[in-house]
Design a binder for this molecule. Sequence first.
Ligand code: GDP
Length: 137
Amino acid sequence: MERTLSIIKPDAVAKGVIGKILDRFESAGLRVAATKKIQLTRQDAEAFYAIHAERPFFNDLVDFMISGPVVVSVLEGEGAVLKNRDLMGATDPKEAEAGTIRADFAENIDANAVHGSDSAENAVNEIHFFFADREIS
Ligand code: GDP
């Protein structure tokens, strides 16, 4: 059993597709072990995406991630990290396969609907960034 962190980004929250996206996870056999809607501060977003701090798109990414509330969730299931990445589709929605979350709900590479941990190791850190152990069950 594996856990991964999902973020439904501000564009998808604003569009009113939280339920549709959570349904994709549950329909694929991922259990929602924790979930909450929060407004990130600039400090939160900069810390969460610190690995991209030197990238040219970093400021745009941080501005976007604090432009409205997000929904963070812990998803649990066999191979949860890869399963979620498959459901999400490619980072650039133009390259995302038909039927993926980004193909169906994302606008562009900045406003790309969802985040998902890219490894089990990063998932552990990302989950602890947002959730206390008692919030996960
Ligand atoms: P992800 O794991 O598929 O979300 O992709 P990355 O971890 O590589 O990048 C994190 C986020 O930064 C992406 O989801 C995009 O929102 C944004 N991003 C990544 N690459 C680019 C880029 O080349 N240009 C822009 N504008 N944003 C990018």
